[in-house]
Design a protein around this ligand. Structure first.
Ligand code: AMP
Length: 496
């Protein structure tokens, strides 16, 4: 998963892009970068591995001068993890285009062959984002315009939509011209736009999440529509156009479960409220399935499950207690590449307050169960702290299939629920009872926020992918995501 932001203003935008990237840091901690362009069409870029605060030092910020620009935080989903994958990526022709991408193309390999053989473009990495950038650049170059208008740019976006399959929310900086935003025709990954009055023109922000709009003085205009492109030229004039023949809003439901900040609204649905509803729905299910339950206390696994856990406790009418204290200064454990490290890191990341467990029947709540590493370890900790019975609730349904649209999920075979029943998963994580949200209820939690959206991207729960898939794509992805393959890849990289 990644986070993207773009700002077009009257004065320097680098500081506000930096602040925005800090607010998007949860979407990617592997690398960060930004490109800005000034009135003399000079482009400046800084990108590197690491957290936003580490990548941008004062000496970098001093050089990032420009009144329009884009930024990116990266969490590797396709391609490797290295400096060359940091974004914005750049192609020098036409005009010099930099791009920041959130999502994943499912036909990148096929497109990169086309780019090389038919379009004579060389790619430096195996990143699907580089493919996407080159496809767009090629389509824009084909129009042979020295001064491209919004119309030319939108035509290139339309062609890009036709050629690219998968998920993409993109921000591109076209040197000397302006910033462009577009979203795939299902709107799988989020993107929204905000506006602010400048002295003599309107200023704009485009970002994966809108949480930073208000702090930076912007007002949200709307979400970018699936298939739509928005171009803000360097003088601040805004153009927009639907560039897809078949736009259909099907946003990724996992944004509401786990990824997005609770203070963001995605496709007009408050993430916070959706999470509250996830808790209430779980309470209803528990009452239905176990009317005589003996739960004494509800305990969230911080942070992404706290909102749901609180509402779950309210729904059951029993106390909500904080049983774990999170060390906020460690990265998310899932990001650690290998299983052994992941297990250790859960223990280091979460410390337990024994007194909330001793002699009690506890219901632990997490937003989701992926490999099961966290839940297994947490249940062991709860038992060690004296819990009598440990029940477990997941605010998301069982994750059974790999994700193709930009979420870093392990290979299907490494997902604990991939070929296990709920009872088998409960046994595996050593829970006395396990309850998952039903998919129907999860969809309802989002739908209640925006009844106009009737479909969601839910493939990790159903295995039904909503975009065309090239032959063998699933198999190839499956093998490249296995831990052992990742280990080998890292080792061979380390050995040069
Ligand atoms: P696991 O320990 O593998 O079962 O992972 C479950 C935990 O990882 C949950 O606490 C989630 O909050 C978190 N999680 C879910 N999906 C992701 C993801 N794609 N990247 C990082 N963390 C995740």
């Amino acid at each position: 998963m990644c986070g993207i932001v773009g700002i077009s203003a009257e004065t320097n935008v680098a500081a506000e892009i930096y602040d925005s990237l800090l607010m998007l840091q949860h979407r990617g901690q592997d690398a960060a970068g930004m490109s800005v362009c000034d009135n003399d069409d000079k482009l400046k870029t800084r990108k590197s591995m690491g957290y936003v605060r580490d990548v941008f030092q004062q000496r970098h910020m001093d050089k990032l001068i420009g009144n329009y620009g884009i930024g990116h935080v990266r969490y590797p989903t396709a391609g490797g993890a290295g400096k060359e994958y940091a974004q914005p990526m750049y192609v020098n022709s036409p005009y010099g285009i930099s791009a920041a991408h959130n999502g994943n193309l499912t036909n990148a390999k096929h497109l990169s062959t086309q780019l090389f053989h038919a379009e004579m473009r060389h790619l430096k990495t195996d990143s699907d984002s580089e493919v996407l950038l080159n496809i767009f650049a090629h389509e824009l170059a084909k129009q042979r315009e020295i001064y491209p208008s919004a119309e030319h740019i939108f035509k290139a976006v339309s062609k890009t939509h036709i050629r690219c399959d998968g998920a993409y929310a993109v921000l591109a900086l076209i040197t000397g011209h302006g910033i462009l935003a577009f979203r795939d025709n299902n709107g799988i990954r989020p993107l929204s736009i905000g506006i602010r009055k400048g002295k003599s023109r309107d200023e704009y922000i485009l970002a994966s999440e809108d949480a930073m709009f208000t702090p930076l003085g912007f007002t949200k205009m709307r979400d970018v529509e699936p298939g739509e492109a928005i171009f803000i030229d360097k003088k601040g004039e805004l153009f927009s156009q639907q560039c897809s023949d078949e736009p259909k809003k099907r946003p990724c439901i996992f944004e509401y479960v786990y990824f997005s900040r609770p203070d963001s609204k995605i496709d007009e649905i408050s993430v916070y409220k959706a999470r509250m509803r996830m808790g209430s729905k779980l309470a209803e299910q528990i009452i239905k399935q176990k009317p005589d339950h003996d739960i004494d206390v509800v305990i969230p696994i911080p942070d992404s499950s706290t909102t749901a856990a609180h509402e779950l406790a309210v729904g059951l009418g029993i106390p909500y207690r904080e049983g774990f204290v999170k060390n906020r200064y460690i990265g998310r454990t899932f990001i650690m590449p290998y299983q052994e490290e992941r297990k250790k890191s859960v223990r280091r990341k979460l410390n337990i307050l024994d007194l909330e467990f001793d002699g009690k029947n506890v219901l632990l709540v997490d937003d989701s169960i992926v490999r099961g590493t966290t839940s297994k370890k947490i249940i062991e900790m709860a038992r060690d702290a004296g819990a009598k019975k440990v029940y477990f609730a997941s605010a998301a349904p069982a994750i059974k299939y790999q994700n193709l649209y930009g979420i870093d999920m392990p290979a299907t075979s490494e997902l604990i629920a991939s070929n296990r029943s709920n009872e088998e998963v409960a046994n595996e994580i050593n829970a006395d009872w396990l309850i998952y949200q039903t998919l129907e209820d999860l969809i309802d939690t989002a739908k209640s926020g925006n009844p106009d959206i009737t479909e969601y991207e839910t493939s990790i729960f159903t295995g039904e992918y909503i975009t065309p898939l090239v032959e063998n794509y699933l198999e190839e992805l499956e093998s490249s995501r296995k831990d052992e393959i990742k280990t080998q890849r890292e080792k061979s990289k380390a050995n040069g």
